[in-house]
Design a protein around this ligand. Structure first.
Ligand code: DSN
Length: 417
């Protein structure tokens, strides 16, 4: 392997995505300004500690940037306290669980087969913290937590943390229904906003901090279109415990170039977040309806398919379909559905699509109908290579990042390359 080989692969990747429809629901694309910051000297530095209380010298500008990011996040999310140091959403969850629960206490969370993230289960963060899992009761028809059964389970099992949020996340979760029971059993309410942080920022999904959560964790690169990273929001009362669980608890050095990129994305979202989030959801609902009208088994037709950035189709053989879509340059993922055989997660029946990145590239309802047709042709068995030609032609008109201030760089272009 030479440097040229690596550069060739990276260029090939950029070229592929330039000509593709990226629809993985957990991804997004950053603005040109953020991409410049990601390549800045900030990427090389250490700033262990908190603003004004660092262990190393050389951080006077880093302190300015991190304080700006904190202030902007507090303003955008109307939060009492924010920590911008977790380097991923999983890291944010580790810190939150570490701060709030002791080993062998109970975490009430969604099962992965019901859409829960892997870090909500014993194979990952919950296991690492030695937490005992209590599953949220799940309503297959509603594709949501069964609120009444949840309240009974809270009284019966007395979890220490009641966790909301998911990776397969179509509708807002019943936070308010859990609040009184949580108080009575002494549980903390935590919301993992990783997927929907950008929708919350734009005021278009539920508002967990107003609905009564104690802690909201998130990742900064899904519907929130920033650099990859994590974030934690909490109350003044829990601030010290959460900050200590981040540093020195679970992070040594945070990623300073990402913090700068996050600050810029927060400014972008203060300006454009409402319009962006609204369009993401409109696009998801339009895509769901268009696919449904084409004959696809899109989940939850009676509920308008979705209130988030995601739609899910039950296709039966999702693994081969996801590969066929990829051959047509439509990038999506197979997804376990509640009624699938959980012992064979590699052969699920669902396909999950997110509209947040195509929306960021300027697509609206008209374009979603075209995208639905392209997806449907592949699902109907047309040769992917044939569909790919039309995908490439169509994508050619969507090469700039919208909902931001600068357009000097194309979405897939790097100036130094
Ligand atoms: N696994 C990611 C997703 O696609 O939902 C979240 O980390």
């Amino acid at each position: 392997m030479t440097i040229d080989d690596i550069m060739r692969s990276a260029r090939a990747h950029n070229e592929w995505f330039k000509n593709s429809l990226p629809m993985i629901a957990s991804e997004n694309i950053t603005s040109p300004t953020v991409r410049q910051l990601l390549a800045s000297d900030l990427a090389h530095r250490y700033a262990e500690g908190t603003v004004g209380h660092r262990l190393y010298q050389g951080v006077k500008y880093i302190d300015e940037i991190e304080q700006q990011a904190i202030d902007l996040a507090c303003k955008l999310f109307k939060a009492e306290h924010v920590n911008v140091q977790p380097i991923s959403g999983v890291n944010a969850n580790i810190a939150a669980f570490f701060a709030l629960a002791k080993p062998r206490e109970r975490l009430m969370a969604l099962d992965t087969s019901h859409g829960g993230h892997i870090s909500h289960g014993t194979k990952s963060v919950a296991g690492l913290c030695d937490l005992k899992i209590v599953k949220h009761p799940f309503d297959y028809e509603e594709m949501n937590i069964d609120a009444d059964a949840m309240v009974s389970t809270i009284y019966e099992k007395e979890p220490k943390i009641i966790l909301f949020g998911a990776s397969l996340f179509l509708f807002p979760h019943p936070i308010a229904a859990a609040r009184d029971a949580a108080r009575e059993v002494g549980a903390y309410v935590v919301y993992d906003s990783a997927h929907v942080l950008g929708l919350i920022a734009g005021g278009q999904f539920q508002d967990p901090l107003r609905e009564g959560v104690d802690v909201m964790t998130g990742s900064t690169h899904k519907t929130f279109p920033g650099p990859q990273g994590g974030i934690i929001f909490t109350t003044h009362a829990l601030a010290e415990a959460v900050d200590a669980a981040v540093f020195p608890g679970t992070v040594s050095n945070h990623h300073l170039h990402h913090v700068a990129g996050l600050a810029v994305t927060l400014i972008e979202m203060l300006q454009f977040g409402r319009a962006y989030a609204r369009q993401i959801i409109k696009n998801a609902q339009t895509l769901g309806a268009a696919l449904y009208n084409e004959g696809c088994n899109v989940l939850c037709p009676d509920k308008g398919f979705t209130e988030s950035h995601q739609i899910v189709i039950d296709v039966g053989r999702a693994s081969s379909m996801a590969v066929a879509l990829e051959e047509a340059n439509i990038i999506a993922n197979k997804n376990l559905l509640p009624w699938d055989d959980h012992s064979a997660p590699e052969n699920p029946s669902g396909l999950r699509f997110g509209t947040q990145e195509l929306t960021r590239l300027g697509m609206k309802e008209t374009e979603m109908k075209v995208v639905a047709k392209l997806i449907q042709r592949v699902l109907d068995g047309e040769i992917p290579e044939k569909v790919k030609k039309d995908v490439v032609d169509f994508k050619n008109d969507y090469q700039e990042v919208e909902y931001c201030f600068s357009h000097e760089l194309g979405a897939y272009q790097f100036p130094e390359w």
